[in-house]
Design a binder for this molecule. Structure first.
Ligand code: MG
Ligand code: MG
Length: 254
């Protein structure tokens, strides 16, 4: 496949989408508490996104997905469907993934949010998954290769004793939500496509406390760990520049 380099006009649209994505995640995180359902979080996000002129939720209808957010609790890795019957409990972790489209261009980001007081082992998983994403972001610059990103993520995650999900990967993003290249969260450095300034990537480690194996539930969406261990997911959309990754989905300070 062809990896597209975005024009300044296209990057501007993606930056606008990305600012709304970041603000949506900050809002959802600030609202998250025990007793709310994942459908409640979804409603907050959809209303907020649509309040911005020209902005639409990217996920609604994407491959037939029915909601604005993916909400994935505890052993759920990604692609959980918001539901009125999934009520958050104190001590849960909930991964919230969202995409926004502005002017035909997308941005994509995810965070895993603690619900109330979480156990130390859950907090450690969230911290390390964020650090793994940060390491992946630091590997991005023009002239680096896609494999450098995954290698950096894997070193941090496995160095802390966790495992990296293999079947689901990051991706190019732009006028299509999923573009070339695939961006795995594992593998050797100095392999894969060469990064060029103006490419846009969604980098998104999915890290498990236990084994790396996953399966999909009968709802055909929700991906869970086979061993039932906790899983965390953090994601940013970035532009490749000559001297690093420019974040498009930064979250405003709470
Ligand atoms: Mg995402
Ligand atoms: Mg993504």
């Amino acid at each position: 496949g062809v990896i597209t380099v975005k024009s300044p006009r296209e990057l501007d649209l993606m930056a606008r989408a990305g600012r709304i994505v970041g603000a949506t995640l900050a809002l959802v995180a600030s609202r998250t508490r025990a007793g709310l359902s994942t459908a409640d979080l979804d409603a907050v996000a959809e209303e907020f996104i649509r309040a911005h002129e020209g902005a639409t939720p990217s996920f609604k209808g994407l491959y037939g997905f029915p909601a604005t957010l993916c909400t994935s609790i505890n052993e759920e890795v990604v692609h959980g469907i918001p539901s009125k019957t999934r009520v958050l409990r104190d001590g849960d972790i909930v991964s919230v993934d969202v995409g926004v489209c502005v002017g035909g261009f997308h941005a994509d980001s995810a965070i895993t949010v603690p619900v109330g007081a979480i156990r130390p082992e859950a907090a450690a998983l969230l911290r390390t998954t964020q650090e793994a994403l940060d390491a992946g972001l630091r590997a991005v610059r023009a002239g680096a290769q896609v494999g450098d990103i995954g290698h950096a993520v894997q070193q941090v995650a496995e160095g802390a004793g966790y495992s990296v999900v293999r079947e689901l990967v990051g991706h190019g993003i732009g006028s299509a939500f999923h573009e070339e290249p695939q961006v795995p969260n594992f593998g050797p450095p100095r392999k894969g496509a060469r990064l060029v300034a103006g490419m846009t990537l969604a980098i998104e480690p999915m890290i498990n406390r236990g084994r790396r194996d996953i399966r999909t539930l009968p709802d055909k969406w929700t991906v869970v760990t086979v061993d039932g261990s906790l899983s965390a997911h953090f994601e940013h959309t970035v532009v490749v520049t000559e001297d690093g990754a420019r974040l498009l989905t930064e979250r405003p300070a709470p």
